[in-house]
Write a protein that binds this ligand. Structure first.
Ligand SMILES: Cc1cc2nc3c(=O)[nH]c(=O)nc-3n(C[C@H](O)[C@H](O)[C@H](O)COP(=O)(O)OP(=O)(O)OC[C@H]3O[C@@H](n4cnc5c(N)ncnc54)[C@H](O)[C@@H]3O)c2cc1C
Length: 410
């Protein structure tokens, strides 16, 4: 993977510096846009990871297809060379003072800045029970995690905790690599935030047919990992022998540094529509943020924030607003799509399921308008349903809607 870096540091006065903490997907997009717009000032990026600016989203197809050449790089060295940038990898910002305009780094050095951006992302939640920490109990968040999973001995017994998008993709990828996978999910059906019951059970069948064992309504209540992981116990009292446990059941915004720096935080670092924190010269973007009471776990809002901030840093007045996001499962040959609201308590729900062909669609209507749609197996109508939701087109014929033939769609 050809990731940059131009380590050399400019001699610009540190006092003008824009400090960016973290070099994940939000920062990659921000730097691209700053380069496009000709941002003139010195930038210093401090990154905990050794590889920077890679496409985390593609880690799951990358895991499942070791022979395919999947480009994870989001950094174009030619574009980056337009910026006056200094990069410090494998370095943490360990303390930060907004008032003094200073940050202390894990190598002991001190950095002065004029403005700063928190882009510290989020961290996965590990099971809440006690266990002896070790590499075999981990999340799937970084390229290093991916390398660990790819190197597991053949036919390992692996438990994946979490039946959301990431858990499903990780379980599928590990199954493709020939491991014996059990997927543990605390809800009664998979992808419960994106799918309602009919399509979720079709999806579950596909996983079972692929040899992945499912444990629904289940949580990990004990981990036997002293000295090495040998088994886990579920709240159903079942014990599963496992060699590796992958946690994919939720994330927590990385806001500790923000909190310690006395920026306003709740679930994440609180930002306004200009992406300013409670200190006007400190910004935050990505999964570390909280905007209007909402945190983020998908890249679309993260990228939208990066676009707004790039404009702001160039003197513009763009504002960030939350828009509805769609989600798709990235498993080759297993198409799942969900958009809009699928759990509004007052909707009329229409479902069309073809068990034989393993495909179906479920639509959610409120006040004669489509507000949510789920598709499995055939995504050809995804854009059509997205448009109906976006334009709030009145629905007069449910049957035509279900068949995808409603007239006057945008
Ligand atoms: C396997 C996987 C698959 C995914 N698939 C999808 C998908 O299909 N669709 C989708 O929309 N989203 C998906 N996501 C989510 C998406 O990747 C995230 O929304 C996105 O990466 C968030 O970007 P970010 O820059 O906020 O955080 P990150 O990309 O996590 O970057 C934050 C960086 O900051 C660093 N950092 C933290 N604290 C410090 C510090 N104190 N000092 C220095 N550095 C620090 C971290 O180490 C990290 O490198 C997926 C995520 C994973 C893990």
């Amino acid at each position: 993977m050809g990731i940059i870096m131009s380590p050399d540091l400019t001699s610009s006065p540190a006092g003008d510096t824009l400090l960016i903490i973290g070099y994940g997907m939000a920062t990659a997009r921000l730097l691209n846009r700053l380069a496009d717009r000709g941002y003139p000032g010195p930038i210093c990026v401090v990154s905990r990871e050794n590889i920077v600016g890679y496409n985390r989203i593609q880690l799951t197809p990358w895991l499942a297809n070791p022979d395919a050449s999947i480009d994870l790089n989001l950094v174009n060295p030619k574009v980056m060379s337009r910026l006056n940038i200094r990069l410090l990898t494998q370095t943490d910002v360990v303390s930060f003072s907004a008032d003094l305009h200073q940050a202390r780094l894990s190598d002991g050095s001190q950095l002065s800045f004029a403005q700063a951006v928190f882009a510290t992302g989020a961290q996965p939640l590990l099971p809440a029970c006690d266990f002896k920490p070790q590499p075999a109990i981990r999340a799937f968040r970084t390229l290093n995690d991916g390398h660990f999973l790819r190197a597991l001995p053949k036919r390992s017994r692996v438990a994946v905790v979490g039946g959301g998008l990431l858990g499903l993709e990780a379980a599928w990828g590990l199954g493709q690599l020939g491991h014996q996978v059990t997927l543990i999910h605390r809800n009664s059906h998979l992808l419960n935030r994106q799918l309602s019951h009919p399509l979720a059970s079709l999806l579950a069948n596909t996983f079972i047919k692929a040899g992945i064992e499912l444990r629904l309504n289940s949580q990990v209540s004990g981990i036997d990992s002293d000295p090495l992981l040998t088994s886990i116990t579920l709240n159903t009292d079942e014990t599963l022998p496992v060699r590796c446990l992958i946690a994919a059941a939720g994330i927590r915004p990385n806001n500790d540094l923000g909190q310690q720096s006395v920026l306003a935080t709740a679930q994440g670092i609180q930002v306004n529509a200009a992406l300013q924190t409670s200190a006007g010269h400190i910004f935050a973007i990505g999964e570390c943020t909280e905007f209007a009471g909402q945190t983020f776990g998908l890249v679309a809002p993260v990228y939208a924030q990066a676009e707004v901030l790039a404009q702001r840093l160039m003197g513009g007045s763009a504002e960030f607003a939350v828009s509805h996001s769609e989600t798709r499962l990235k498993i080759s040959g297993l198409d799942v799509f969900s958009t809009g609201q699928i759990s509004h308590p007052k909707t009329q729900v229409l479902s069309l399921v073809d068990h034989h062909q393993q495909r179906g669609r479920t639509l959610h209507l409120l006040n004669n308008q489509l507000i949510g749609a789920e598709l499995l197996g055939d995504l050809s109508l995804a854009n059509y349903f997205n448009d109906l939701i976006r334009t709030q087109c009145p629905i007069n014929d449910n049957r035509e809607l279900l068949l995808g033939r409603l007239q006057n769609a945008a």
